[in-house]
Design a protein. Structure first.
Length: 341
């Protein structure tokens, strides 16, 4: 199999502000795996340097490590090729790109969508949340109103930046009492700060709080001291974190877990520890979002997933299969991943 790698830059409509910093545009690597039979599988690598500390050059180098493996991979089963690439490429962001491309290739060869190859019987709807990125109450109110009008039943608000209470109050007022609001502090607080903040914010009605603090011990301390559902996010990549049961829920991401196969493995580890699972993107491109939706088809039921993020890009002509309607998305039904890059 041949490997082709091409960079792609996607501009964000508006900068996204988190406790890690501000993101204004997105650089991806489009990855093609081309079989000797001419069938092509497409994947993408989506490292986010300000978030995961991994550069595009690092990922490109890791992908190059897979090139010799793929050169002798024609005729071998997907699992074997994927395993050999996992051994060759140390970065999950690179492994994710190859994993996506190999699933896409197999689906295209068999004329089946990936969700069916994974063993799902139907392409069940995946409930997704809207992201409210505005830092000021007025901007957040406008985004919350738009999310409600679009049919979302869950929104996510960044916390640990500026006036969280004012923003939350404005958003709750705009949404009414029934919609779910989740918070994401991206590890901005220590245990004491988190418990103080949650005591103030909790009464507004919070579905869950993602990564209020960083680290297994700190998350466990917060979860044990609050009735609110705490979700592990960034912490989950640390050794033993996924299976620790430290938080009631965990947010899994395709890119940092090594693709569809890695997501399913991570979910199994978390669930064995009694932890609820949901999925989110790290501002992935269309192939990463599609891959997560296919995985969701076999992982359900899940809490609302953070996969409605393609809208954040300014000039991306989003594949119709990835449209968000009434707060849900579906795994695409075409062969392979079922979408074009
Ligand atoms: Mg998060």
């Amino acid at each position: 199999m041949r490997l082709a790698i091409a960079p792609r830059r996607l501009r964000l409509r508006e900068p996204i502000v988190t406790a890690h910093g501000t993101v204004t545009d997105r650089e991806l690597l489009d990855v093609l795996v081309i079989g000797a039979d001419g069938v092509t599988g497409a994947g993408e690598a989506a490292p986010l340097p300000s978030y995961d500390g991994v550069s595009l050059d690092d990922v490109r180098a890791a992908l190059e490590d897979c090139r010799p493996v793929l050169a002798y991979a024609d005729g071998l089963p997907r699992e074997r090729v994927a395993a050999a690439c996992r051994d060759a490429a140390v970065l999950p962001q690179a492994i994710a790109a190859i994993d996506l491309a190999l699933w896409d290739l197999e689906g295209r060869r068999r004329g089946e969508p990936v969700w069916r190859l994974l063993g799902a019987e139907t392409a069940s709807a995946v409930e997704v949340n809207a992201l409210i990125g505005a830092e000021d109450p007025a901007g957040a109110t406008a985004q919350a109103t738009a999310a409600r009008a679009a049919g979302f039943r869950c929104v996510k608000l960044k916390a640990g930046i500026g006036d969280d209470a004012g923003r939350l109050e404005a958003v709750r007022a705009a949404l009414g009492p029934d919609m779910a609001i989740r918070l994401d502090a991206n590890g901005a607080w220590n245990v004491e700060q988190a418990l103080d903040a949650l005591a103030v914010l909790g009464p507004a009605g919070i579905e869950l709080v993602e990564e209020p603090v960083h680290g297994v011990a700190a998350l466990r301390a917060v979860q044990e001291a609050t009735e609110l559902t705490i979700a592990m996010d960034e912490t989950s990549v640390g050794p033993g974190a996924l299976g620790s049961g430290a938080a009631r829920a965990v947010c899994l991401k395709l890119t940092r877990n090594g693709g569809i196969s890695g997501l399913l493995e991570a979910a199994a580890i978390a669930r064995a520890a009694g932890t609820e699972v949901y999925l989110a993107s790290t501002l992935d491109g269309p192939l990463g979002i599609a891959g997560a939706l296919h995985a969701a088809a076999v992982l359900g039921p899940l809490r609302p997933c953070g996969l409605a993020t393609l809208d954040a890009f300014a000039d991306l002509d989003v594949d119709r299969a990835l449209t968000v309607r009434d707060g849900v998305m579906h795994p695409p039904s075409g062969p392979g991943l079922g979408v074009r890059a």
